[in-house]
Ligand binder design. Sequence first.
Ligand SMILES: Cc1cc2nc3c(=O)[nH]c(=O)nc-3n(C[C@H](O)[C@H](O)[C@H](O)COP(=O)(O)OP(=O)(O)OC[C@H]3O[C@@H](n4cnc5c(N)ncnc54)[C@H](O)[C@@H]3O)c2cc1C
Length: 552
Amino acid sequence: MPTDTCQRIYGPGLPAVRRYLVNIDSAGTAQVSTHCVVIGSGIAGLRAAIEASRNRKVILVCKGSIQDSNTYHAQGGIAAVLEKQDSFEAHLADTLKAGCGLSDQKVVELVVRQGPGLIKELVEWGAPFDRSGDRLHVSLEGGHSHPRVAHAQGDRTGTAIAQTLIAQVQQRPNIRVIEYFFAIDILTDKEGRCVGVIGLDQHHGLQIIWANHTVLATGGIGRIYRETTNPPVATGDGLAMAYRAGAVLQDLEFVQFHPTTLYVAGASRALITEVLRGEGALLVDTKGRRFMPDYDPAAELAPRDVVSRAILAQMRKTDSTHVYLDIRHMDKDKVARRFPLICELCESFGIDVSRDLIPVRPSAHYMIGGVKTDLDGQTSIPGLYACGEAAGTGLHGANRLGSNSLLEGLVFGRIVGLHIANSPVNDAAVIKHPVIQYKVPRSDRSRLDTGDVRNSLRALMWRNVGISRTGKRLKEAIDIIGFWQRYVMDKVFDDPEGWECQNMLTTAMLMARSALLRKESRGVHFRSDHPRQDERFKTHIEVVRPPDKDWS
Ligand SMILES: Cc1cc2nc3c(=O)[nH]c(=O)nc-3n(C[C@H](O)[C@H](O)[C@H](O)COP(=O)(O)OP(=O)(O)OC[C@H]3O[C@@H](n4cnc5c(N)ncnc54)[C@H](O)[C@@H]3O)c2cc1C
């Protein structure tokens, strides 16, 4: 494990969760065994499965269809050094600068150097990246000192990459995909080693997948917030599962908010990529006044966190629920060619981008922190790996550079898969099945409307653990989440809706606790009561479930 100095939160105040969400009797549960189980079908999980399958049997599970992921929705592109004028040193420097002193330089170097080769491999596998002559076309994005963002089918990069990887997965006989399998908990034996996962399979009910190696690639947490760009699968399940199992998590206070998501009542908060601002889109308030130059010399091209806070401030000033993106002055044909998804989306709400302003506001977008991993993607629990958005590798530090997350998922997905494929464990014999019996104490409290709890939590997180935070509002959030936890966490649910609610509460509490502890502003974490960066906090905040027997 990396040996950074860190503040570690243990004990009172952390969510008092039990070890498993459901009753387990391993002997009486449907079960299968494999060398490796991958939880998640985004870029990280798919890439990990492909690599591990070179000489291991892999089961890949996902809670929706194989396409349901953040990856599928990614628009702008994937960053890598792809032009002669660019360099690894420049990509490294840009990433470290964005990370505000918290990026792990070794991780950044690893990711930056492996990026170009893995994008080349995607091209060989048929990914339809946009081209400029015989080379990939690369765009310039905020925070990058060179054009290095490769994109596919305009703003459909995530879909194109996911489809390419899914096709590769489907060609490999060593990989079995189980869709609509909700992973409830990762299983550990008496020595604390991860031995697989228990979940709800749509055909077989509760099922155990025993595995020598378990990969958490469960993606992000956006759905914990009322306003988010993330699809419904992003409820932070992986983080809560890892926490219950005793893994170390880090950097959970760092949530990136995307400044511009479409704000139309009744529509989901679809992202309007910042490449649009890179190509000339302006931000105006509801009075039609361009306001970004008042907040930052880089105006619309300022970093995401600066633009998000400026939009929020301008919304307050003008007493409005949103601001607008203005692209009416841009070349209509070029916009249609370069941003077909956005044009289509706006059109579906009667917005003609060549004539009308596009209503936007910020939304929760990306979880920077996650399950702490080392350079091989291993977590603090033997046999458990994490990669992609669910992992806390230290790449992004306190702020993520745009288009570096698909890159991280691709690189660390492969690293994890490779480590599993090369593992010295004698996988010829798959894992011995330990006996796991776990009985949840009976709760006699009343039944619950979990939908209501989820909505209330999402509103609370948006209000109190959002773009701009204060100690007072964080404490209030902790108290309220703690109160909800008292009557939600003792229940035994038998459907994903209830388990997601428990996971969301657990993850939200860890995030709020971490944010309260960081009494400074750094990267995406902004405390209006501590508005400056403070060198005493140039450290990671880790959370670990207390080793308290009463809780297991
Ligand atoms: C709208 C949007 C646009 C974006 N644009 C960009 C961009 O241009 N460039 C960039 O670099 N990044 C972008 N991002 C971020 C990037 O897409 C994600 O960080 C990245 O795709 C995460 O990949 P992943 O493999 O870690 O997770 P995901 O792609 O989110 O996949 C998570 C998987 O885990 C599964 N899962 C979750 N919980 C469970 C459970 N309990 N049981 C079973 N399965 C479970 C899900 O079903 C899913 O298959 C964007 C994100 C969004 C939402």
